[in-house]
Write a protein that binds this ligand. Structure first.
Ligand code: ZN
Length: 395
């Protein structure tokens, strides 16, 4: 299974060599190991920086810029001469606005070279966590069939409410239009509307997909298909649970959409999309088809903004149905020691594992949630919804 990756790398190498043949043919520079052109390596284009990434000073956040440039060139970063050491350069800038463009320039006898990146400053950042549950549909079918007096007579919502009362947790449930066995959202009664509305400060519903199957329904779907399904589910949520309960989508089923779908999703109110950003057989996956460089970056950072669409991508920190109780804290704890992962905890799981009739039912699923939630609460993380403020924090 390594073959596709190797083939891809060879292809990239030959493309780069082809495009930069002139540069590579120049003597000295390439053979000296220096890079051919100036490049900012940190911060990364689209990075979201907070107080952990520098020094909070009077005028903003003082943070470090570093990169590489040809050995002999003088490098200027946003008007200030950078320090050089071999082919690397470092400088400092002060972020005073939400969005900052960083420009590094160098000059040699072939002309002026520059590299620009843009970053966001999460000025009011505070430790926070978000809890999102995917693949929801069984609990809605259960309530519609059993005709409970209250929503919270359904054990699933009852247990979520208990976690909310104990820890203040906010949940966003990402739902399907249909369970695929005849139950569809239009069959869900609007009898519980006021109960939904009363709970909407901690319990929200969002579109996830039309149905559980097929897998990866939007990986190759047109944006129109995706938006049509989203609108269908949104209309139903608003009908039976009210506007207050509606949340824009936060995870699309399988975390895969076409790049052209991002802007239309942003227009539907999507601010943050969460994914795994991990490799499977050498291929970056569950990554909304982001390129390899950004997927790799997200695999070890809390979040990254895609300026083209305006959507922020968030790295899911734990999938509770995949992690045994005793591994929950050891999974989360190291993240708090890494400044790039410590600020935002993206907690996550799937609905089906709560149901005894499901083939992979997990009897301790709620216990897993409680261990994760209790631990982040003890560490000072506050519960948020990602579509509010900036990544759930004050904007
Ligand atoms: Zn899903």
């Amino acid at each position: 299974m390594k073959e596709p990756a190797a083939t891809r790398r060879n292809f990239l190498q030959s493309t780069v060599a082809g495009a930069m043949g002139v540069v590579l043919a120049r003597p000295n520079i390439a053979s000296a190991g220096a890079c051919e052109s100036i490049r900012i390596e940190e911060p990364f284009h689209g990075a979201i920086l907070n107080r952990r990434h520098g020094e909070q000073i009077e005028g903003g956040l003082k943070t470090r810029v570093s990169g590489h440039a040809p050995l002999r060139d003088r490098v200027i970063v946003n008007g200030i001469t950078a320090r050089r050491a071999g082919s690397s350069f470092t400088s400092e800038i002060i972020l005073s606005q939400k969005e900052t463009e960083i420009t590094a320039t160098s000059e040699d006898d072939s002309g002026r070279h520059e590299h620009r990146v843009r970053v966001l400053w999460d000025r009011h950042s505070q430790p926070r966590y978000r809890f999102s549950i995917d693949d929801n549909s069984f609990f809605l079918r259960d309530i519609a069939q059993k005709k409970y007096a209250s929503l919270f007579d359904c054990f699933y919502l009852k247990n979520l409410r208990e976690l909310h009362s104990k820890y203040g947790t906010r949940f966003v449930l990402n739902i399907y239009y249909t369970t695929g066995d005849g139950f569809e959202l239009p069959q869900f009664p609007d009898l519980y509307k006021s109960e939904w509305q009363d709970s909407s400060d901690w319990l929200k519903l969002a579109f996830h997909a039309y149905a559980n199957l097929p897998d990866r329904p939007y990986q190759y779907a047109s944006p129109e298909r995706l938006i049509a399904d989203l609108d269908k589910v949104a209309e139903q949520i608003i009908r039976f649970a009210g506007e207050q309960t509606y949340s824009p989508p936060t995870v699309i089923h399988w975390g895969m959409v076409q790049p052209t779908a991002l802007k239309p999703l942003c227009e539907r109110g999507v601010r943050v999309l969460s994914g795994y950003f991990r490799q499977s057989n050498g291929i970056w996956d569950i990554n909304y088809l982001l390129d390899d460089a950004r997927s790799e970056y997200l695999s070890r950072h809390d979040a990254l903004v895609d300026f083209a669409s305006g959507i922020v991508f968030s790295k899911i920190d734990i999938v509770c149905n995949e992690v045994p109780v005793e591994r929950i804290v050891p999974t989360l704890e190291p993240l708090t020691k890494d400044r790039n992962c410590a600020e935002i905890m993206d907690l996550f799981t799937h609905e089906q594992y709560f149901w005894p009739f499901y083939s992979n039912y997990l009897p301790d699923h709620f216990q897993r949630l409680e261990v994760a939630i209790r631990w982040v609460t003890e560490q000072g993380y506050k519960p948020v919804f990602y579509h509010e403020g900036f990544l759930g924090g004050p904007a």
